[in-house]
Write a protein that binds this ligand. Structure first.
Ligand code: FAD
Length: 403
């Protein structure tokens, strides 16, 4: 494989770097961090919204959207380059990550002209926050088992049921939801049918969000209850029964993002060594720590190569299978072992949480220690991913599956 960048990709990377050189330092200076802000807190959201708007002034917020909607029509390679450069510069997070990476492209693919004009600017310009409501108590890995119903009644649908684990739903004005418009489909043994996508105004009467406190002490995700909520017909995205296809497109965008996550891990590892040098330097001469550090570094590089192989397939118009699944597995176990390594390297101060005056990097590493448990669950759990690989890539006999 040729790892050299094409001239247009090099130009893309250089343009992004010089834009960040000019715009990031003044932004960071102006938006001094509120030390008490929680990830889901308002001040953190305001800062993310401000950064997304700043990126949008240079058309760097939604690079993969078509130019007519404010994007750059970036190729898959350029999306990876952008993630790498953003990780290298340690840029703040965006306000509408879900909206920009997944929901916006689905509206562009499935929405009417009216729907595009109504919602795309609100995502891009960070006017409203967006969430993605797929999971239910009985429908996580087995997403097609979802049972929240939307029954057509004149010019609206009546929605009843419950979603769970919906990130930032309590802060969102809008959400992309998957609902069951044909309640007979599961009984008929055709559960992938009869699912429809809707864009829902979270302030609609009959919708209640209850934040769930997670083990990192944050209230980021929610249970969302629907009781006779009336959703207008013009909020349906795509046709009735097309929701599964909408969802698969959305999750497809999620998977390309793995390369960006790996770049963030690489940047985190470098930052971790720097932080250790200042607060617990002796750890860096401990042979067992050295071994774990080198292992983490090597595994990050290996996973990056895997995701480049997936990218090469995407560029050739092929399905990036099974490399993306392998890279997801590799990233999730790495994210957890690195969070454990961080706490061990930083010593006693490494376990101080955000808010304390001596907390390192505002308690980032302590938080990751608990939060990274999510990486082997979200986006398809490790066991289910392994089963898919066992079945379809290695073609192991059925009894070898994890069940
Ligand atoms: C931090 C975080 C944020 C999230 N944000 C969102 C969001 O914004 N929107 C949204 O819709 N969802 C969100 N989710 C939900 C996420 O998509 C689900 O948690 C995920 O799909 C797993 O589903 P589940 O939790 O129902 O687990 P289950 O599917 O019930 O799995 C439970 C356990 O059983 C195992 N298991 C299940 N089936 C099998 C099988 N066939 N063989 C072997 N083992 C199996 C799994 O590996 C797992 O260990 C979020 C989750 C997390 C952790």
């Amino acid at each position: 494989m040729d790892f050299a960048l094409a001239p247009e990709d090099e130009a893309f990377r250089d343009e992004l770097r010089s834009w960040l050189d000019e715009h990031l330092p003044p932004f960071l200076e102006k938006e001094a961090l509120d030390d008490d802000a929680k990830l889901s807190g308002q001040s953190s959201q305001d800062r993310r919204a401000a950064w997304q708007r700043e990126l949008n002034t240079g058309r760097w917020a939604a690079i993969h959207w078509p130019e007519q909607y404010g994007g750059r029509e970036a190729t898959a390679m350029q999306r990876v380059i952008s993630s790498e450069v953003m990780a290298e510069y340690r840029t703040p997070g965006m306000f509408n990550t879900n909206g920009i990476w997944q929901i916006g492209p689905m509206i562009i693919t499935w929405g009417t002209d009216e729907q595009k004009a109504r919602w795309l600017p609100s995502i891009l310009e960070a006017n409203d926050h967006w969430c993605q409501g797929f999971s239910e108590p009985q429908a996580g890995n087995d997403l097609a088992n979802l049972r929240t119903t939307a029954i057509l009644d004149g010019d609206h649908y009546v929605v009843n049921g419950q979603k769970i684990w919906i990130s930032t739903a309590h802060l969102a004005k809008w959400g992309l939801f998957l609902l069951r418009t044909d309640p007979t489909a599961i009984e008929r043994g055709a559960k992938h049918e009869g699912i429809t996508a809707f864009i829902i105004d979270m302030e609609t009467p009959g919708i209640e969000c209850r934040p769930i406190r997670d083990m990192a002490g944050e209230e980021m995700f929610n249970e969302v209850f629907f009781t006779d909520a009336h959703i207008p017909v013009d909020c349906r995205l795509g046709g009735e029964g097309e929701g599964w296809m909408v969802a698969m497109g959305t999750l497809g965008f999620e998977r390309v993002g793995i390369a960006g996550q790996l770049s963030i891990l690489g940047a985190d590892l470098r930052a971790l060594v720097e932080a250790t040098r200042s607060v617990n330097p002796d750890a860096l001469s401990d042979p067992s720590i050295q071994e774990r550090l080198v292992k983490a570094w090597t595994e990050i590089e290996l996973a990056k190569l895997l995701s480049l192989r997936a990218l090469s397939r995407i560029i050739k118009g092929e399905r990036p299978w099974p490399e993306v699944q392998f890279a997801k597995l590799q990233w999730s176990s790495l994210a957890q072992s690195m969070a454990e390594l961080a706490v061990d390297m930083l010593g006693p101060a490494g376990v101080l949480a955000r808010g304390g005056p001596d907390a390192i990097d505002r308690g980032k590493w302590t938080r990751l220690y608990a939060f990274q448990r999510y990486s082997t669950i979200g986006g398809g759990s490790t066991e289910v991913q392994k089963n898919i690989i066992a079945d379809r890539a290695i073609k192991l006999p059925g009894q070898a599956r994890l069940s």
